[in-house]
Design a protein around this ligand. Structure first.
Ligand SMILES: C[C@H](N)C(=O)N[C@@H](Cc1c[nH]cn1)C(=O)O
Ligand SMILES: [Zn+2]
Ligand SMILES: [Zn+2]
Length: 480
C-alpha cells in the first residue's frame, strides 16, 4: 500500500524544521565511550524521551545499572522503551536505534565543530557527529510520528521502540533487558512484535539504496604492556631497560598483515572460501573500487578486484589496530619512555565466528608472541566487549515490504547487502523474539560514520524519512 501523498508532502514541507531537530540532537555530545560525557548521554536520553512523549508515544526508561569503564564505575544510560498503537488487527513493528555517538573533537581534524550541526547549503550535507550514526535515522522515525500526529492520521502499524545509549560501547545491559522482556510473554514490552526494523547502517555507495541482511560481529581487545614505575628519560635509561612501547609494537605488528590476512592462527581458517557462484553475488552489486576510493579519499584498496574488496567488508573477518593509550602523541619531540601503554584492536567476525571462539585464540597467540620477546615487561590482555555476527532471511515479507517502499520512494529496487559494522543486539532481537530483523539504512557509503566530518545528506534525511514511513505502510498491508 503506498504511503498517502499528504504524508510525503508533510515531510517535504517540514524539512527545515526536521533539520533543526537533528541539530538539537547533535548538540548533545552523548559520547558513551568517554566517562566525562556520561551526563550528556543521560541528557540525550531525557531529550529523546521528551520528544517521543510529545509525539504521543508511551515510554518507560529502564535503568540498566552500572558498569566499569577505564577503571571508573559509571551508571549505564537508560534504555528507552516506547509504544504507540495497540490495534490487534495491525502488525506490530519494533524499531531499534542508539542515541549515543562515537567521540569527536575538532583536534581530530574536523573542519567544523563536531557537536554543532552545520548545514552546507552548497552540497546539501548535514555535518556533525551522530548525523548519520544514529541520530539522523532516529530523527527520521520522529519525523514519521510527527507527520501522522499533525495530519491526524493513524499509523498503519503498531509501533514499539527500543533506543539505547551504549551501542558504541558494547550495548552493556541491553541483551539482558531484551531477554527478560521477551521471557515475560504477554506482559513483556515486546509482546506481539511481528518484525524488527533497524536504521543504523549505510548504503554501499552514494546512489543505490539497499536493504541489509547481515552484520559482522565484533570482539574488542586491550593489550597493556607495563614496565618501569614511572615515565623515563630516554637519554637516561634508553638501552638500559626493556621498553613497554617497543614490546607492544612488536606484538601488535604480529596481528595482521598489510593485505588484511589475520595472523592469529585459526581465525581466518574458520571462514569458508567463496566459490564462483558466491563471488558472482558480489560482482553484481552496484559498487566499484572507485566508490571505495571516493569514500576513503585515496586510492588505497587492498585489491583492484571489486569482488575481493567488497567481500573484505561483507563476508570476511578483519582485524584493525585502533590506537595506543599512554603513548606520546602530541606536538614537539618529547624524549620519553612511556611507563605503560595499551594497544587497542578489534576483530570483525563473520559466521561461524563468535567472540567466545575467537578470544582464546587471540589470548594464546598474544601471550606466545610476547614470550618470544624475552622481555621483563609485563603483559595484560583484556576482552573489552563483543557481539556475534548476524545473518537474516532476506526473502521474508519484512524485506519484501522494504523493497517495495524503496522502489516507491527512490524509483529503483534496493541492493541486498551485508554490513561490515556491528550492532550487537541484532542477533538478540532475532533469537529472543523469534522474528525477522531488517536493516533499512538511511545514509550513504561516504557519510564518514565514526570518522571526521561525519555527515548525512539532506536528501537522504528527507527521502529516508519518507522511506521509513512508506515501509510502515507496506508492512501494514502485508497479509501474512
Ligand atoms: C553499524 C553501527 N552504526 C555501528 O557503528 N556499530 C558500531 C558498534 C561498536 C562496537 N564497539 C564500538 N562500536 C561498530 O560497528 O563499530
Ligand atoms: Zn557507530
Ligand atoms: Zn550506529
Amino acid at each position: 500500500m503506498p504511503a498517502p501523498a499528504e504524508f510525503l508532502k508533510f515531510i517535504d514541507d517540514n524539512a527545515s524544521k526536521f533539520v533543526a531537530r537533528l541539530g538539537a540532537a547533535v548538540a548533545i555530545p552523548s559520547v558513551s565511550g568517554d566517562g566525562s560525557h556520561r551526563p550528556d548521554v543521560f541528557k540525550m536520553s531525557a531529550w529523546l524521551d521528551g520528544q517521543l512523549k510529545d509525539l504521543g508515544v508511551t515510554t518507560k526508561l529502564v535503568d540498566l545499572g552500572e558498569h566499569k569503564m577505564d577503571g571508573q564505575t559509571l551508571p549505564l544510560p537508560p534504555a528507552i522503551l516506547g509504544r504507540i498503537g495497540d490495534d490487534p488487527k495491525k502488525k506490530t513493528v519494533l524499531i531499534y536505534g542508539h542515541y549515543d555517538v562515537q567521540p569527536a573533537s575538532k583536534s581530530d581534524g574536523w573542519d567544523t565543530e563536531p557537536f554543532t550541526l552545520v548545514v552546507d547549503e552548497k552540497t546539501g550535507r548535514l555535518i556533525g557527529r551522530g548525523s548519520t550514526d544514529d541520530k539522523g535515522p532516529i530523527m527520521g522515525w520522529l519525523n514519521v510520528l510527527e507527520a501522522h500526529k499533525a495530519l491526524g492520521r493513524e499509523l498503519p502499524v503498531n509501533l514499539r521502540f527500543c533506543f539505547e545509549g551504549m551501542e558504541e560501547s558494547g550495548s552493556e545491559g541491553l541483551d539482558d533487558l531484551i531477554k527478560s522482556e521477551s521471557a515475560k510473554g504477554k506482559d513483556g514490552w515486546f509482546d506481539g512484535v511481528d518484525c524488527v526494523c533497524i536504521s543504523d547502517n549505510y548504503w554501499l555507495n552514494t546512489t543505490t539504496p539497499c536493504l541489509t541482511y547481515g552484520l559482522r560481529g565484533l570482539v574488542y581487545f586491550k593489550l597493556t604492556v607495563s614496565g618501569p614505575a614511572r615515565d623515563l628519560h630516554s637519554g637516561g635509561f634508553g638501552r638500559m631497560v626493556h621498553e613497554p612501547m617497543t614490546d607492544l609494537i612488536q606484538v601488535m605488528s604480529k596481528l595482521v598483515a598489510p593485505d588484511g590476512t589475520i595472523l592469529v592462527p585459526g581465525v581466518d581458517d574458520l571462514v569458508s572460501v567463496a566459490d564462483a557462484e558466491e563471488r558472482e553475488i558480489y560482482e553484481k552489486l552496484d559498487y566499484s573500487v572507485q566508490d571505495v576510493e571516493d569514500a576513503v579519499g585515496a586510492p588505497i584498496t587492498i585489491s583492484n578486484d571489486k569482488a575481493t574488496v567488497i567481500m573484505g567488508r561483507m563476508r570476511m573477518p578483519s582485524l584493525s589496530l585502533h590506537g595506543i593509550e599512554g603513548a606520546f602523541y602530541g606536538p614537539g619531540a618529547k624524549t620519553v619512555i612511556p611507563a605503560s601503554v595499551s594497544g587497542k584492536f578489534s576483530i570483525r567476525l563473520v559466521p561461524p565466528q563468535t567472540p567466545e571462539l575467537i578470544e582464546p585464540l587471540v589470548f594464546a597467540y598474544v601471550e606466545q608472541e610476547f614470550a618470544k620477546l624475552n622481555s621483563k615487561t609485563k603483559l595484560k590482555i583484556e576482552n573489552l566487549h563483543g557481539g556475534k555476527p548476524w545473518v537474516a532471511d532476506h526473502k521474508h515479507w519484512n524485506y519484501e515490504a522494504a523493497s517495495r517502499a524503496t522502489e516507491a520512494v527512490y524509483g529503483r529496487l534496493p541492493d541486498l547487502t551485508r554490513e561490515g559494522g556491528s550492532i550487537p543486539v541484532t542477533l538478540t532481537f532475532a533469537e529472543s523474539l523469534g522474528v525477522n530483523v531488517l536493516l533499512l539504512p538511511m545514509g550513504r557509503g561516504d557519510d564518514g560514520a565514526h570518522s571526521t566530518n561525519e555527515k548525512l545528506d539532506r536528501a537522504n534525511f528527507i527521502e529516508g524519512s519518507k522511506l521509513l514511513g512508506t515501509y510502515l505502510y507496506e508492512v501494514g498491508a502485508v497479509k501474512a
